[in-house]
Design a protein. Structure first.
Length: 336
């Protein structure tokens, strides 16, 4: 009899403990829900390719272009809600379109293997620009800078500019940086490139004749880097690590962070929505959000079920953002 009572009391105690834990979790759930609320939704694309670059007209936000694998060119006239495919006749070769940029009605597309396309009629027709066989690497990214003008960088870090619609190109560096894992450009024309093995990075700014190499400050290899709005560098390292340099000093770095919400998955890109709101995309549908300029992070759960690695983030204004991912994934930002 005494053993039965003891077992009953032990069972009652365990039940009360479980009940207490459940009540506690219910009490804090609303707070966590607010911290992890979702701002992103998936946009359906007409083709199942991997998108690689996105451009929207800042003077006409409804008009945008998207490029990707399998020579894919998509156009949107409703701000990215829907997309239509634009077929290009490039012969029998299969190209990977890596970058697109417009200035007014004049636009450019880079691709691999070595490909450069040009339009002067707002994308209605495209012509192929001949490239020298001596070009170091394949065209990787391009920025339209005005009438007949553009700046192009190759996947080996060779930087060129043209003022005559691509008929002639001027080299802006004396030598390429070499095979690059990632290469990003700031709004004012500075570049940062990560070596193929992620063991060092290089920076270049207009006026420099060569790239400046820097050793990484972590035992973890560098995955991606870019410039912040206040003249710092951000760095994403293997294993879900993020860090920021000092303002104007690309050799001195603040304390490394490994956001718990990253789950140990690879972090792939970082973008500023504004001075306070910062976003990181990563593997396994990870989107992290900071509201204090990158000091603390929470996970945005709206992309949790997308089932794709999220490669690249864009913000064309504080309330217009997109994320590109594998397997035809395009996410659009929805303000609260």
């Amino acid at each position: 009899m005494k053993k039965s009572i003891k077992r009953f009391l032990n069972s009652l105690s365990l039940s009360l403990s479980i009940l207490f834990i459940c009540i506690t979790l219910l009490a804090i759930a609303p707070q966590n829900a607010r911290a992890d609320h979702g701002n992103w939704h998936k946009v359906e694309l007409p083709v199942a390719i991997t998108p690689l670059d996105l451009w929207f007209d800042r003077n006409k936000p409804s008009h945008g272009w998207l490029v990707g694998t399998e020579a894919t060119l998509l156009e949107s006239t409703d701000g990215g809600t829907t997309w239509e495919e634009r077929k290009l006749d490039l012969g029998g070769s299969i190209y990977r379109f890596s970058s697109i940029s417009f200035s007014g009605k004049e636009g450019w597309i880079t691709g691999q293997p070595a490909l450069l396309l040009h339009t002067t009629d707002d994308g209605k027709s495209w012509s192929r620009i001949g490239l020298s066989s001596k070009l170091p690497g394949d065209p990787f990214a391009i920025v339209a800078s005005g009438k007949n003008s553009a700046e192009m960088v190759t996947d080996l870090g060779a930087i060129y500019s043209t003022q005559d619609a691509g008929q002639n190109w001027k080299a802006m560096v004396t030598q390429a940086v070499g095979n690059a894992r990632n290469l990003n450009r700031s709004a004012d024309g500075r570049y940062v490139a990560i070596s193929a093995n992620g063991n060092f990075y290089s920076t270049w700014q207009p006026g420099d004749m060569t790239w400046v190499q820097h050793n990484r400050n972590s035992s973890r290899r560098v995955q991606n880097m870019g410039y912040t709005p206040d003249n710092r560098l951000w760095m994403l390292n293997r294993g879900g690590q993020v860090q920021f340099s000092e303002v104007g000093d690309f050799e001195t770095w603040n304390k490394k962070q490994t956001p718990r919400q990253g789950g140990g998955f690879g972090l792939l890109d970082l973008k500023y929505q504004d001075d306070d709101n910062v976003w990181i995309s990563g593997g396994s549908s990870r989107l992290l959000h900071s509201t204090d300029g990158g000091k603390t992070w929470v996970r945005d759960l709206s992309a949790a079920n997308v089932g794709a690695n999220l490669y690249k983030i864009y913000f064309f204004s504080s309330d217009r953002g997109f994320v590109l991912g594998q397997n035809g994934t395009l996410l659009a930002y929805s303000p609260d």
